[in-house]
Design a protein around this ligand. Structure first.
Ligand code: MG
Ligand code: FE
Length: 170
C-alpha cells in the first residue's frame, strides 16, 4: 500500500475524530446543565467534558504535525446534529435513562474510531501519533465503563424519584 494513501486515510480519520469530539461536547454540555438529581452523573460528565477538550487539543496537535489546513474541517453540521439528539430526550420524562443509553453508545463509537485510527497509524508507521491516540482511547474506555457500572444505580434512582412523584426533572 502506498504510504501517501495510508497517510491520507489517517488524516481523514483524525479529522473525523475531531468532528466526533466536538459532537461529544455538544451532546454532553446540554445534558450536564439540566441535571439536578443525579450529581454523580453530572460530576462524571463534567470530568469527561474536560477530558474531551484535551482530546480535541491532542487531535489538533496531531493534525498540525501532518500539516493539515484546519480551516477546511466541517465540524459544525455534526455539532448541530448532536445538540438536537440530546434535546430529543428531554420530552418523554425519562431523559436520564435515554441519555445514559445514548452516551454509552457514543463512547463505544469513539472507542471503535480510536482503535481503527491506531491500526491505521501502525500500518502507516506513524508511531509518533500513537501515544496521544491511546490516551484518548483509554479515556473513552473509562467513560464507557463508568456508564456501565452506574446504569443500575441511575435506573434505581430514576424509579425512586418517579415513585415519589417527581416531575420530568433530570
Ligand atoms: Mg471523546
Ligand atoms: Fe468520550
Amino acid at each position: 500500500m502506498p504510504e501517501d494513501t495510508v497517510r491520507s486515510i489517517f488524516v481523514t480519520g483524525l479529522k473525523n475524530a475531531h468532528a466526533m469530539e466536538n459532537q461529544a461536547l455538544s451532546i454532553m454540555k446540554p445534558q450536564v446543565s439540566r441535571i439536578e438529581h443525579y450529581p454523580e452523573v453530572a460530576a462524571r460528565l463534567d470530568q469527561h467534558i474536560r477530558e474531551t477538550e484535551n482530546q480535541i487539543a491532542r487531535l489538533d496537535q496531531l493534525l498540525s504535525e501532518f500539516a493539515e489546513d484546519r480551516s477546511a474541517i466541517k465540524d459544525i453540521a455534526l455539532s448541530v446534529t448532536g445538540a438536537m439528539a440530546a434535546m430529543g430526550h428531554t420530552v418523554a420524562g425519562d431523559e436520564i435513562l435515554k441519555n445514559s443509553f445514548a452516551n454509552y453508545a457514543f463512547e463505544h463509537f469513539e472507542i471503535a474510531a480510536y482503535r481503527s485510527l491506531l491500526t491505521i497509524a501502525e500500518q502507516g508507521g506513524f508511531s509518533a501519533s500513537t501515544a496521544a491516540l491511546r490516551v484518548n482511547l483509554d479515556e473513552e474506555v473509562a467513560m464507557a465503563g463508568w456508564i456501565e457500572q452506574h446504569l443500575s444505580d441511575v435506573t434505581l434512582k430514576f424509579l425512586s424519584l418517579k415513585s415519589a412523584g417527581e416531575t420530568a426533572k433530570v
